[in-house]
Design a protein around this ligand. Structure first.
Ligand SMILES: NC(=O)c1ccc[n+]([C@@H]2O[C@H](COP(=O)([O-])OP(=O)(O)OC[C@H]3O[C@@H](n4cnc5c(N)ncnc54)[C@H](OP(=O)(O)O)[C@@H]3O)[C@@H](O)[C@H]2O)c1
Length: 325
């Protein structure tokens, strides 16, 4: 199939591109910066420059395309707001896809988005789901929760680096999923007609609280975490504060997520029917233990090698010193 992936440079988007190429699809990526996306070209994808917020750039990217996988979202560090990218931009894209006569559209939403109308990104995701369902396109909506990849910077690196792990008092159990597994589902949807015009929750096999993830990291790394608790009230205050400045809008919108974390409602869902419908095997889905075990194993081996190299070169220096003095 000739696919267009939007957001191909992102955490999930790059796994979608990788999986689609591995499955034999021809992949075109709509990218804002071909320089930043050079690795996708090296993998074998075609690059076309465009921007969701520049509607004129979309029709040329859609020529000859049979299906669109949309993995784009506003970057926290971007000057474009969540509303501009995730609402205005997506409306632009969905309309352009419809006008181009393309039928198939895969969209990533967030689990339980409709339950949080006061959280901007959740509200926008719920509205986009609705807009897509009413568009007449042949959609598949995959409702995700957290990515395992995000846990590395949140927990694993601070623990290895003896830095504080920041967390709120309340942590909602979340069924994190590896983006490689999510990509499998997204690409598989193209081959399974039973996934058409349907919405699926897509989550990992177990919901974990922040405390449980810290314990797991401590066990796998052999280090002790330094935990710093930030009260929910402080996050709410920071949210109000960051709303004053346009350049911190996206940070403010992300801080609004504190409300989701404080809800205490586990971010998880039953998955048996979804695996059956997609024809995928749950045993092949990465568990958080194996994901973090692989990460710590690799990093700790690297650190040992560096340590060995350092002490070897110090030893050589000592010998040299002994020789010269
Ligand atoms: N991260 C999570 O835990 C999580 C949880 C639930 C759902 N999701 C959903 O999963 C999807 C992928 O998320 P992610 O975390 O992988 O995203 P990400 O790493 O932040 O990447 C965002 C992607 O969107 C692209 N993009 C941003 N603004 C754009 C614009 N105006 N025009 C075209 N492309 C634009 C970025 O391109 P550049 O390289 O040019 O910036 C990048 O490729 C999103 O729909 C997100 O809402 C994520």
């Amino acid at each position: 199939m000739q696919l267009l992936v939007v957001g191909g440079t992102g955490t999930l988007g790059r796994q979608v591109v990788r999986r689609a190429l591995d499955q034999g699809h021809a992949v075109r990526c709509l990218v804002r910066s071909p320089r930043r996306a050079a690795f996708l070209k090296e993998w074998g994808a075609e690059l076309v420059t465009g921007d969701l917020c520049k509607p004129d750039s979309l029709p040329p990217a859609l020529v000859g395309i049979e299906a669109v996988i949309d993995a784009a979202t506003a970057r926290a560090t971007d000057s474009l707001s969540v509303r501009k990218v995730d609402w205005d931009g997506k409306v632009n894209l969905i309309r352009a896809v419809k006008n181009a006569g393309i039928d198939r559209y895969i969209f990533f939403s967030i689990l339980g988005a409709a339950n949080y109308p006061t959280v901007p990104l959740m509200d926008i995701k719920a509205c986009t789901e609705q807009f897509l369902m009413e568009s007449g396109l042949n959609y598949t909506i995959l409702q995700l929760c957290g990515f395992m990849q995000g846990l590395i910077s949140q927990y694993a690196i601070p623990i290895l680096d003896n830095q504080s792990v920041w967390m709120t008092g309340e942590t909602t159990p979340t069924a994190y999923m590896d983006t490689q597994d999510i990509a499998k589902f997204a690409v598989q949807a193209l081959a399974v007609p039973a996934t058409e015009k349907r919405t699926f929750a897509l989550v990992g096999n177990q919901a974990w609280t922040g405390e449980e993830i810290i314990q797991l990291c401590e066990r796998l790394s052999g280090r002790t975490a330094r935990i710093a608790k930030i009260p929910l009230g402080a996050l709410r205050f920071m949210r109000q504060f960051t709303r004053f400045f346009q350049w911190t809008y996206n940070i403010s919108d992300r801080l609004a997520f504190a409300e989701v974390l404080a809800s205490g409602k586990a971010l998880t869902a039953p998955m048996a029917e979804t695996y059956e419908c997609f024809g995928l095997d749950p045993k092949e889905t990465t568990t958080l233990e194996s994901y973090l075990q692989e990460y710590f194993g690799r990093i700790l081996k690297k650190l040992k090698e560096l340590d060995f190299e350092q002490s070897k070169s110090q030893g050589t220096n000592k010998k040299k010193k002994g020789f010269f003095f």
